[in-house]
Write a protein that binds this ligand. Sequence first.
Ligand code: RIB
Ligand code: CA
Length: 313
Amino acid sequence: MPPRRIVIDTDPGQDDAVAILLALASPDEIEVLGITAVAGNVPLPLTARNARIVCELAGRTDVRVFAGCDAPMSRPLVTAEHVHGKTGLDGPVLPEPTMPLAPGHAVDFLIETLRTEPPGTVTLCPLGPLTNIATAFARAPDIVGRVRDIVLMGGAYFEVGNITPSAEFNIYVDPEAADLVFRSGVPLTVMPLDLTHKALTSRDRVEAFRALGTPVGRAVAEWTDFFERFDKEKYGSAGAPLHDPCVIAYLIRPELFSGRHINVVVETEGRYTTGMTVADWWRVSGRDPNAQFMRDVDAEGFFALLAERIGRL
Ligand code: RIB
Ligand code: CA
């Protein structure tokens, strides 16, 4: 089977960083055509910087990293330094990137790539707010039908919200962008908090990264040490959810995940519920299914895959 050809759209973020490393460590299954940075966890200059730090840590300065949208389509930016720290990659001290940004805007790269690659061969993997993807779709509607599928981290239903009582961060930051993507008709696989909150770190799982004894293993362990303090405090859980790597792990070992093909819409006008993904899990709305909404993961298998692949770098 030829590797999946993907674009990773990201707002690193420690969990984004682990997702990027997992993709770069899996060349037999995944070919990364490019990485597009978007404002989210931290402002765009930092997400564009952080994506390059991760590529350099993986020894992959050949990967093209593009800077994208620095604010949501029609709202002010909301960031999450309280979770990810001031730099967005707090934890280990890593050198400033020396690899340059790829020339051009991320949205133009997305449009160009989808217009030139054969239709149905490129998977988009958004790990942050959907601003870049939605802007590309709005500017070039002809590319929508050329996307193979979208596998994204975002949303929540039974698990409710993590940035408001009803909304998950990636959707909340740019609900109009999310609404456009969820209505686009592109086949969607969604990794919501309902799923990622079952992919929790533990001392053993983090120590397995540190025990790799490599700079990458150490960085992943130290990112996770930093990142998990927020969720452990908030949810009183023993570990933290590694949200974004679930997207990449799904591409490598889909059998680790299960969910239901249902209708999911995005609330953009709720007084208290803006950014909520309204998932029709019980199929009562009569609306057509538009997303594979994932709800369960084999956590042992997921972390074993992560440790094995991170150990390759
Ligand atoms: O709500 C979790 C999501 O928001 C993850 O993608 C995390 O990186 C942040 O972007
Ligand atoms: Ca993210």
